[in-house]
Design a protein around this ligand. Sequence first.
Ligand code: NAG
Ligand code: NAG
Ligand code: NAG
Ligand code: NAG
Length: 617
Amino acid sequence: MKQAISVLAALALAQGIIGEKDQQKPNIIFIMSDDQDRQLGSLDYMPVLQKELVAKGVEFENHFGTVSNCCPSRASFLRGQAAHSTNITHVRPPGGNYDKWRIAKEDLNYLPHWIKKAGYQAEYIGKFMNGYSQVNYHIPPKGWDHVDALLEPYINDYNNVVMSQNGERPVQYRGFHSTDVVRIKALDRLDRLIDAGESYFLAIMPYAPHVGGQNPPTPQARHADMFTDIHAPRFANWNPPDEIQQGKSVFLKDMVRMDSEKEAAADALFRGRIQSLQGIDEIIEDVLAKLEDKGGLENTYIIFTSDNGYHIGAHRLPGGKALPYIQDTNLPLVVRGPGMPQGVKSKVASAHLDFAPTFLDIMGLPQTEWPELLDGRSLLADWADPVPMANVEIGSAKEIINIEFWGDKIIEVPQWDRVPLTNNSYKTLRIVSEESSWMYVTWCTNEIELYNTTADPWEINNLARKTITMPHQNLINRLNALLMVTKSCTKSVCRDPWSALQPPSAVKRIASLTDAMAPDYDDFYANIPKVHFERCMMYQDEANEMPFYPEGAELDLGKAYRADTDNWVSSQPGNATVEGNSVPAGSVEQRHASLDDLMRDVHVLTDEETLVSVPQV
Ligand SMILES: *[C@@H]1O[C@H](CO)[C@@H](O)[C@H](O)[C@H]1NC(C)=O
Ligand SMILES: *[C@@H]1O[C@H](CO)[C@@H](O)[C@H](O)[C@H]1NC(C)=O
Ligand SMILES: *[C@@H]1O[C@H](CO)[C@@H](O)[C@H](O)[C@H]1NC(C)=O
Ligand SMILES: *[C@@H]1O[C@H](CO)[C@@H](O)[C@H](O)[C@H]1NC(C)=O
C-alpha cells in the first residue's frame, strides 16, 4: 500500500501535478530575545529588524507574555499552556526551573515532540531554561533533533560562554561573546538544515539584552561605543510623584522615588540593552542573508519575539520585570512569512501560549492529532489576514489576556540593594478590544487595581484605589468574574472564558465584555465569588487561592498532563569553575567568524570543572 502511494506520488510529481514547492511545508525560524521590551522602543534601534521583518512582515502590537519571568514564560511557550497549567511559575524552587520541568514530566509532551509528529526537523540553539546547568547538562532537553544550550552558572556572563550540545560534556568557547557564539552556531545549523532539504523548525534563543549579573548587559566589543548619548524614555509612569505612586499596591506604594544617581543607572541600563541588541540584529541579518543566498526565504516564517517584557524607571523601579504592567508584559512580535502582508501593524491580541498551536497549524498537523492539553489557539488565520481588530470575532478569547505571577521580584540595577521585593504574586486580566481596553489586577494581599488603558496607557490612575463609582463597580464585577475563570482555565475554557460565565437569564450568548455589561446581568456577575488569596506565597497552592470558579476547577489546573511535584528537589548549579575572557569579546573581526574560528580555542570542561561530584537529581 505504502509503495503504491509513493508510486502515485512520483507519478504525480513527474506529471507536474504536485510541484516541488507544494511538497515542502514552510520552515519556521523562531528568534526569541531575553527580557526585551516593546514599550520602551528597543525595536527602533534594530535597523535590520525594521527593514527586513517590520517592513516586510507584520508587527503585532498586542502580543503578551503569560507570565513576566524567563523560565515560566518559556515553559508556557513550549507547552502552549497558561502558567497555572504548567505550574512552572518561577526561575527558582519551589516555583520552577529546568529540574521541576523534568520532574513534572512536562518534557515528555511539549513542542519538539509535536514538531516531530508533523514530520519536521526540530532544533534549538541558546538559552533553554534557568536551572539547566553544568551539573545536569547530561540530561538535555528532550525531543529536539539537535539542542545546544547555554549552561548555568555561566548564562549571565556574556564573556564566559559554556554550552552543552545534545547533553555532551560542556564546552567553553574562549575568546567569544555569547551572542556571537549563538549566531555562529545557529548559522551552521541553518546551513545543514537547508542542505538536508527537509522542513525544519529552528529556535534561536540568545541571552541579550538580559542584565549580566548585577550589571547592564555587556555588548559585543564592536558595539560598546554606540548610542552613548541615548537615555531611557520618560513616559508618564517614569518615577512618579507620591500622589500617583500611592495608588499602587504591595511594596510599590512604599517605593522611594529614584534620585538622580538611580536615574543615571537606569539610563546606563537602557544604553547597555540597546548596545547588546545590535548582536541580535546581526543574527537576523545573517539568517536572512543565508536564506536569500541558499534559497528558502519565500517558504520560511521568521518570527521575532522575547520571553518577557521590561521596565526602566516605571513606577519608581529603575530596572527589571515581573510586574503586571504594560512594559513588563507587552512583547515584541514581528512575523514575516509566506502569504503574509508586508508592512502591516496589527492590533490582534495574542499571547505566548498561542505559538505552539500556531506552529502545528503552519506545519499542517491535522487538529485531531494536536495534543489535547493546549490552552492556546492558533493565530495562523490572524497572521495571514491581520486586519486590525476588524477581523476579531467578538467574544473570543482574543479580547482577553490573562497574566499571572507567583513569587518575588528583584531590581536589576547595580548600586541598588538586590533585596527581593516580596508579595509580588498576582492575577491580571487585560481586555484588548476595539471598544474598550482595561487592565485589572488582584494582588496576593487582595488589593486590586483597575486602569482604563484607553485613557491611561501608562497605568498611573488606579480607578480602584479611590471611592469606586457604581459604573466601575459593575465593570469590576465582570472583570473579577473573568479573572475567576482565567486563573484556573484549561483548554477550550481558556480560549473562550465567557463560556463559563453565561447568566441563566441571558437571551443571547454573552460573547464579549460589551455584551456582559448589560444591566440585566449586574446581579449575576456581582454574585460570582471574588478572586482571593489567603496570603502571599512563592508558588501556586490551591488551598491558598480558594475559591475557584466554576467550582472544582482547582482539581484541573492542568494536573492531568504533569506529574506531582510536591517536595521536589532541585540540583544546585554550583559556582563557575573556569575563567571567562580576559578582554571583552565581540571584535569587528569576529563579526563574520565561522564555526571553525569558534572551535579553534575551545575548552572541554573536566569532571572536576563540571562539579559532577555534587549530588544530582
Ligand atoms: C475609558 O477611557 C476612554 C478614553 O478617555 C473614555 O472614552 C471611556 O469613557 C472610559 N471608560 C470608562 C468606562 O470610564
Ligand atoms: C505581604 O503579604 C502579607 C500577607 O500575605 C502581609 O501580611 C504583609 O504585610 C505584606 N507585605 C507588604 C510589604 O505588602
Ligand atoms: C505547584 O508546584 C508546587 C511546588 O512543587 C506544588 O507544591 C503545588 O502543589 C503545585 N500546584 C499545583 C496546582 O499543581
Ligand atoms: C559559591 O560562591 C559563593 C560566593 O562567592 C560562596 O559564598 C559559596 O560558598 C560558593 N559555593 C561553593 C559550593 O563553592
